[in-house]
Design a binder for this molecule. Structure first.
Ligand code: G4P
Length: 284
């Protein structure tokens, strides 16, 4: 399988983010807990130089708890402040306030020494499409809709959400594009549904997922679909098709339909809590 991306709007988004980042103290970067590296764009490291950095392992409800903890430790070792969040149901979201205070401790202390008291920390959310930025902002901001805009020193038209007396959040997230010179990165993004279906062959994609699961989560498909896992992914998919009654004319198995069911089950966490890349093995 070969993946391509559209560099078109990337330049504009990057330019906008460069401007926005000048206004803030802390970058809150969302990654998908199932693929913390493949869902991260390394450009942000350069864009966010000299800013406090927070990584949110979002959608941790869909990832292996053990691997998510391992990724948390991995990012902390790299100097990030890290939190696990499920933006959809809100779990872990409140804790982000505490993490912001920790991440900005030095800045707050510096302000205090200069006699600047109670200046709120300014934050912005960034991440690749579909990682959960809007869901997180809605959950984090809750009812705090007191928007403040057009302040002196603030670019005209920027809207800030005043979360409390300590934190102001830029209301529009910065969009990063995934970098997938590495085809494995493209594959993992496709697994979680971050690449448009139209450009993918869903059945080929499901073979790759079956191969990955049979190797790294042996038995999970057998358990979920009550089938035998075969060495050849086509045969495993055929077994899923038979079990799920996916048939086409002439009583032949409808593999495309079975593949859609499999991908949908996987993306919605119905096969289990599955992490697709592992610290120590897949890190660059
Ligand atoms: P974006 O702004 O970064 O592009 O992402 P957005 O918030 O639109 O979220 C993309 C999808 O991810 C949404 O699902 C959203 O509900 C889901 N999502 C966000 N955070 C979490 C999380 O922590 N856990 C889980 N399981 N899902 C999360 P959708 O299919 O587009 O919509 P819907 O089915 O929720 O209506």
């Amino acid at each position: 399988m070969h993946f391509q991306w559209y560099p078109g709007h990337m330049t504009k988004a990057k330019r906008m983010m460069q401007e926005d980042i000048k206004l803030i103290d802390v970058v809150i970067e969302l990654v998908d807990a199932r693929i913390p590296l493949s869902s991260k764009n390394p450009d942000i490291d350069q864009l966010a130089q000299n800013k406090s950095r927070i990584i949110l392992l979002n959608k941790y409800d869909l990832a292996s708890q053990q691997q998510t903890n391992a990724w948390k430790a991995w990012f902390e070792e790299k100097g990030y402040f890290v939190a696990l969040v499920n933006s959809k149901n809100g779990s872990g979201v409140k804790n982000v306030h505490e993490v912001i205070q920790q991440a900005c401790k030095e800045k707050i202390e510096r302000d205090r020494k200069r006699g600047i008291l109670n200046r709120p920390v300014r934050a912005m959310v960034v991440g690749i499409p579909n990682v959960g930025k809007s869901t997180f902002i809605n959950s984090f901001a809750g009812k705090a809709c007191a928007k403040t805009g057009n302040k002196p020193g603030v670019t005209k038209g920027k809207q800030w959400i005043k979360l409390n007396k300590n934190v102001e959040l830029l209301d529009t997230p910065g969009i990063l594009w995934p970098k997938f010179e590495d085809q494995l990165v493209g594959l993992r993004l496709a697994f979680i549904g971050s690449i448009k279906e139209e450009i993918l062959n869903i059945t080929d994609l499901s073979y790759e997922l079956i191969k990955f699961l049979q190797k790294n989560y042996t038995g999970i498909l057998a358990q979920k679909y009550e089938i035998t896992e075969e060495e050849d992914p086509l045969l495993t998919l055929t077994n899923i098709a038979a079990k799920r009654g996916c048939k086409q004319k002439g009583d032949l198995p409808d593999l495309d339909k079975a593949a859609s069911i499999l991908m949908d089950d996987f993306r919605n966490g119905r096969i289990g809590k599955i992490t697709l890349e592992f610290p120590g093995k897949d890190e660059k």
